[in-house]
Design a binder for this molecule. Sequence first.
Ligand code: FE
Length: 386
Amino acid sequence: MSRFTLPRDIYFGEGSLAELKNLKGKKAILVVGGGSMKRFGFLDQAVNYLKEAGMEVELFEGVEPDPSVETVMRGAEAMRKFQPDWIVSMGGGSPIDAAKAMWIFYEYPEFTFQEAVIPFNLPELRQKARFVAIPSTSGTATEVTAFSVITDYKLRIKYPLADFNITPDIAIVDPKLAETMPQQLTAHTGMDALTHAIEAYVAGLHSDFSDPLALHAIDMIYDNLTKSYAGDNQARAQMHIAQCLAGMAFSNALLGIVHSLAHKTGAIFHIPHGCANAIYLPYVIEFNSKVCADRFAKIARMLNLKGETDLELTKALVASIKKMNLQLDIPLTLKEYGVTESDFTENLNYIAENAVADACTGSNPRPTSVEEMKMILASIYYGTKV
Ligand code: FE
């Protein structure tokens, strides 16, 4: 038996933010981040649409990047006081992820964070509120996924919460919001989305439901990411859709060790999530090609890349990703990124062990040992063949 879960409604296209005025309810809490949504006028627009829907609106502002357990608990407390029947989250991945976690402790105050980090262990949500997610960046796709990443700063650990209960009820994918992304963020989030799609296409739980979404996302990202990076707003609108399709795929098919490595190197080498994925993806494809070159070849054929055999086509795919990284000003190795050799060697064991233990390793198509993880990391550092 398998399961495939998505939001009930996805509104997309320019102007879809206005759908907020059609929500039926009494009270909405709007959860946002540091201020870009306010600066660009989207916060006011959202508040006005919710008021047009006849709702009383309260704001929860200032969710930090990589939101903390404390922020989540403060938000849950605010929700318990206000008693909203809609939670509306808007912004990059962080405010949406934080709001998903707040939702849990709003509905179940006695539930603990330690219980919530156990995968697929959440109590039945939607007893008090339903959830709307409105992304302003084109990468994490948290608006359609069953995941939320919350950081425990005391333990210096990022916890992925995973449960279909926190898949939003409604996603509003309005490209206007994504036009505000700075150039480098466009590159990094775009490569995060490409990694989601490629990892989902070969991941352990990939299915006939997730495959078409993953493939179409890859196709759209190849057509649009570099143009979006160059400032083409039509391409940027396409990227906003493509990342959402990739999210629908990976929320159900899960991911692989590109993400395991990105999770565990992020905090140590101070490397943004999407940038880490972009650097690691070609090397991990080489490693995984031992077991699923046929699927990489399918991707390459769809992209009209040249090659006769599955391995040649996989090679062409790897080369095309490296080329895209160069076009997006993303380095090809960790050394080029600026990690010193001593810093790398000192942390190699620690990262490899933690990456093997990461939640994404189990769904990688090729089982990966600590020794293999170290070998892949060495290739990523020096730019050598896996
Ligand atoms: Fe990601």
